[in-house]
Design a protein around this ligand. Structure first.
Ligand code: ADP
Ligand code: MG
Length: 631
């Protein structure tokens, strides 16, 4: 018996016990090796005159044998001579495939192996591994056999066809590990589908099935069908990945079907994004914008990520690093030969190649969403219904780091147009004299449209964005400026809408009613920082706004957050000097009826809060005041 080369025993032990977290990947590794061997044979037959394939189909075959407790993986690839068995399988961490790539430099070889360890993963499930191989170039056939740690033997063998059989004698089942699952046809089929679906060669397996026997002609009424078993050979993998085919050869339906099957979604995708990059990084990506948000999308349980393949072999089902949070709704696959894999090929090292791919995908996704926004407005709006909230979170989070990436993708409801608008569309429709981008924030669009301050803006022929989601105002504040215009909450005091004449009139009004306003302020006892009067409020008797950084809506949102400190806005109560109520106030003031003035002030203030959708501090007191008025 030959011993494994120095350190190999330790290495083998490591392979079996710690490199892989998942025993089942042994099949992926052996199939990948078989695929590499087929690639090599194909390559040699193309590049060397004296070697031809003679019409032989290059394929991989899986044969479970429950009676013998063996699983055989066969290929008719390049095979190995006794010397190659010695150097490739006798030395752990020696990759014949890597050597092959170095000797045969060609764009056409897309070989998977590189570390020289995958083969030994077989020992995770097998107590004995037998390799019988007949090389394409060279004499005879050879058998390599090993029970693991001790070492291996190489002896002459019988084998007619060029290629390799790997025969695994499966370990006995234990309480925790049921190795016999690898003898079950459905389980093997499942593993191939999962890890090796896009191996370019057919992976064949004989499957045992059952079907009803044909009904005999003389069968009576109480005939119960009998079943018979039969065998059928199946190709377990789909071979050509959809994303490797040219885009113009694949129909929209095929993409949609692929999406539905691969990602278990009953709804077709809202958009399919295909991207092939070559150059600094090369990859192929097939991405989808789902038609509907998954039920757990806005929960903590949701996991973002794209399926990552390297040369057709699944490396990671959900690779989170490939997607930024703001595009976490995207599903899809990325296939690249450029990513660096770690030894176990299960996880990726944090490498700059990945970062480049992720950055490139982010740009691509954005540009595709913009195209959709431009050309398929309705679709985009339904998309935004589902995922707009995530885009807004993205624009707001990380201190606005992604706002430039996302600002143009956001939609807000226009008070003037009564439809969704982008910030760009809003800005393009602004009258020349408009200083700010106006918005109103609260929880209901209809109510926001009726706010005194919204109507003031609308009456001036300008538009107001009606923001009814709690993140909206935070987003706009984070975006800060769009096309050099600041955002202004219509309830934030001076909207700078008044012309010179109106300004003068307002100043005169304030002066004239100075004492009344001061008395109101006093009566409201710290609830507002100021009481003012104007003639701009239309039908409304009074309106409430906030000065300074905290708006009324923000105060409301923040007060609902658990553990948040109470953040108070600085409120201004504006009275409509043209309203009959103002005359009533003035009368109370002239009569020196301080008590009445205080009650009116309280009523007007609470009423203004209600109009703004803010809770009342003391609803009972408000109700009592109303009743008093009615008596
Ligand atoms: P890797 O695939 O990363 O090179 P492995 O440990 O999986 O490492 O395999 C070691 C080497 O054994 C391969 O590089 C290849 O040269 C050889 N080998 C393994 N399986 C086969 C096979 N089915 N046919 C031909 N050569 C094989
Ligand atoms: Mg390998």
């Amino acid at each position: 018996m030959r011993k494994f080369k120095a350190e190999s025993q330790k290495l083998l032990d490591l392979m079996i016990h710690s490199v892989y977290t998942n025993k089942e990947i042994f099949l992926r590794e052996l199939i990948s090796n078989a695929s590499d061997a087929l690639d090599k044979r194909y390559y040699l037959s193309m590049s060397q005159e004296n070697i031809s394939l003679d019409g032989e189909e290059l394929a991989i075959r899986i044969t479970p044998n429950a009676a013998e407790r063996t699983l055989t993986i066969s290929d008719n690839g390049c095979g190995m001579s006794d010397k190659e068995l010695e150097s490739n399988l006798g030395v752990i961490a020696k990759s014949g495939s890597q050597d092959f790539k170095q000797v045969n430099v060609s764009e056409n070889i897309d070989i998977i192996g590189q570390f020289g360890v995958g083969f030994y993963s077989a020992f995770m499930v097998a107590e004995q591994v037998t390799v019988i191989s007949r090389p394409l170039q060279g004499e005879g056939a050879w058998q390599w056999q090993s029970n693991g740690a001790e070492g291996y033997t190489i002896t002459p063998a019988e084998k007619e066809q060029v290629g390799t059989d790997i025969i695994l004698k499966l370990r006995e089942d234990t309480e925790n590990d049921r190795y016999s699952e690898f003898l079950q046809e459905w389980r093997l089929a499942q593993l191939v589908k999962n890890y090796s679906d896009y191996i370019r060669y057919p992976i064949r397996m004989l499957r045992h099935k059952s079907r009803p026997k044909p009904r005999p002609e003389n069968a009576g009424e109480d005939y119960a069908p009998e079943f018979e078993t039969y065998t059928e050979e199946e190709i377990l993998n789909s071979m050509a990945p959809l994303w490797k085919r040219n885009q113009n050869e694949v129909s929209a339906e095929e993409y949609a079907d692929f999406y539905k099957n691969r990602f278990h979604d009953g709804n077709p995708p809202a958009k399919t994004i295909f991207s092939r990059a070559e150059g600094r990084v090369s990859y192929t990506a097939l991405l989808f914008v789902p038609g509907r948000a998954p039920w757990d999308y806005y929960s903590r349980d949701f996991q973002k990520g794209l399926a990552l393949y390297a040369s057709g072999v699944l490396i990671q089902e959900k690779c989170a690093d490939l997607l930024p949070d703001h595009f976490s709704f995207i599903r899809g696959v990325v296939d690249s030969e450029d990513v660096s894999l770690n030894l176990s090929r299960e996880m990726l090292q944090q490498d700059h190649q990945m970062k480049k791919i992720a950055a490139s995908l982010e740009k691509k996704i954005k540009s595709e969403l913009l195209t959709m926004l431009k050309n398929q407005r309705e679709d985009y709006e339904s998309f935004f219904q589902e995922f707009g909230r995530q885009l807004k979170f993205g624009a707001y989070s990380d201190f606005g780091a992604h706002r430039d990436m996302l600002a143009d993708l956001l939609l807000f409801w226009s008070g003037k147009e009564q439809k969704m608008l982008t910030l760009e569309e809003y800005a393009a429709a602004m009258p020349a004299e408009q200083k700010y981008i106006y918005y109103a924030a609260g929880d209901d669009v209809q109510r926001l449209a009726k706010l005194p301050a919204s109507q003031l803006v609308l009456n001036k022929g300008m538009d107001v964005l009606l923001c009814s989601e709690d993140v909206d105002e935070f987003v706009l504040q984070m975006v800060g400026v769009y096309q050099e215009k600041e955002f202004k909450n219509v309830n934030s005091g001076d909207l700078e809408l008044a012309n010179a004449e109106e300004k003068e009139a307002a100043a005169a009004l304030e002066e004239q009613n100075k004492d009344l306003l001061a008395a109101m302020e006093k009566a409201l006892d710290g609830k507002v920082t100021k009481v003012t009067a104007s003639t701009l409020l239309g039908d409304h008797a009074a309106s409430l706004s906030a000065q300074g950084p905290v708006s009324l809506e923000m105060e409301k949102v923040l007060s609902k957050m658990p553990g948040a400190e109470q953040v108070k806005s600085q409120q201004v109560l504006e009275l409509n000097a043209n309203h009959p109520v103002f005359a009533a106030l003035d009368r109370a003031w002239q009569d020196k009826d301080e008590d009445k003035l205080a009650r009116y002030a309280a009523l007007l203030y609470d009423q203004a809060r209600l109009v703004e959708g803010l809770p009342l501090e003391d609803p009972q007191a408000f109700a009592a005041l109303i009743c008093q008025l009615m008596q």
